[in-house]
Design a protein around this ligand. Structure first.
Ligand code: G3H
Ligand code: 13P
Ligand code: ZN
Length: 309
């Protein structure tokens, strides 16, 4: 069933686990994620970026979600806009039936972020839709905004409290050391759990979101590179750290890069091992299974969301 994230997060916070939010761009990705959620009996957030809307087209995405909901009546599913860049995009998604939208004002200064987030919150709430906001900057590449890693701005817990109070946002994405993409850490992977702890002390009832939280699954990376990809030295957030985050008050964990790696690994393997194949179902089918395995592992072994549907 299609739900807002509000109930999902309430239960997740009470029972100390996190819900995976997976980026969708096409049918195989959607099916891979949902096959995993069904098998794991896990709630799930399907999230769509504005570039995904451009690529897959809103109507196709909506109809796919309709099918997903029809086929999985027992699974709580939220449909979420990822990194909404402006009010208009958020409004479009609210009007299109999304149950949650993110307004990403992290590129603005504090006051401007507050004002713009408030505007989105007012509109979304009037339609029964919840809002995720972001405070602090993730190192690395965030959509079109380049933030040099030396310039990475961790979230200030006191500011987070003020931000949530003034905007009325329903959940908050914070910067504690993760970043988008396949290159998250040069040396050892490390997150600022001290900041997370302070944030949770100050705003215990606000669900916290971790962006840039792919593991860059070593087996998938190896498989990609073995079959001709050139993604050397990539590094993500290890399972143990994500598990700790899920026990420490992070309620939503965003994953896109790992799905991209799974899909690429599957397709590359078939292309190299069976060069005679040109039926897309053969290689996309393998990719879909790898996505399912990847998501299932996260739900059951890392996030703790299995059997919580
Ligand atoms: O955080 C960004 C997500 O990975 C979505 O990426 O804007 O290329 O769809 P995208
Ligand atoms: P990754 O690049 O680590 O998968 O992060 C995805 C994300 O944060 C989507 O909003
Ligand atoms: Zn993100």
């Amino acid at each position: 069933m299609l739900v807002t994230t509000q109930e999902m997060f309430k239960k997740a916070m009470e029972e100390k686990y996190a819900i995976g939010a997976f980026n969708i761009n096409d049918m195989e990705i959607v099916q891979g994620i949902m096959d995993a959620a069904k098998k794991a009996k896990s709630p799930v957030i399907l999230q769509v970026s504005s570039s995904a809307i451009k690529y897959a087209r809103m109507n196709y995405l909506r109809k796919m979600i309709e099918a997903v909901v029809e086929e999985n009546p027992e699974i709580p599913i939220a449909l979420h806009l990822d990194h909404g860049p402006d009010f208009e995009t958020c409004k479009m998604c609210v009007d299109a039936g999304f149950t949650s939208v993110m307004f990403d004002g992290s590129k603005y200064d504090f006051e401007e972020n507050v004002q713009k987030t408030k505007e989105v919150v007012e509109y979304a709430h009037s339609k029964g839709v919840v809002v995720e906001a972001e405070l602090g900057k993730l190192a690395g590449i965030e959509d079109d905004v380049n933030v040099d890693s030396s310039d990475a701005m961790y979230t200030d817990p006191e500011q987070a409290k003020e931000f949530v109070e003034r905007t009325g946002c329903d959940s908050l994405a914070i910067a504690i050391g993760t970043s988008h993409g396949a290159y998250k850490f040069k040396g050892e992977a490390k997150l600022r759990f001290d900041i997370l702890k302070k944030v949770k002390e100050l705003i215990p009832d606000t669900p916290i979101v971790l962006h840039g939280a792919s593991t860059v699954v070593p087996e998938l990376l190896e498989m990609c590179n073995k079959y001709g990809a050139e993604i050397p030295g990539a590094k993500g957030v290890p399972d143990e750290i994500l598990h700790e985050a899920s026990l420490s008050g992070v309620s939503k964990i965003n994953v896109d890069t790992d799905l991209r790696l799974a899909m690429t690994a599957g397709i590359r393997k078939v292309f190299i091992e069976e060069p005679n194949i040109f039926d897309p179902r053969k290689y996309l089918g393998v990719a879909r299974e790898l996505i399912e395995d990847t998501v299932y592992h996260k739900m059951t072994e890392v996030f703790g969301s299995s059997n919580k549907a």
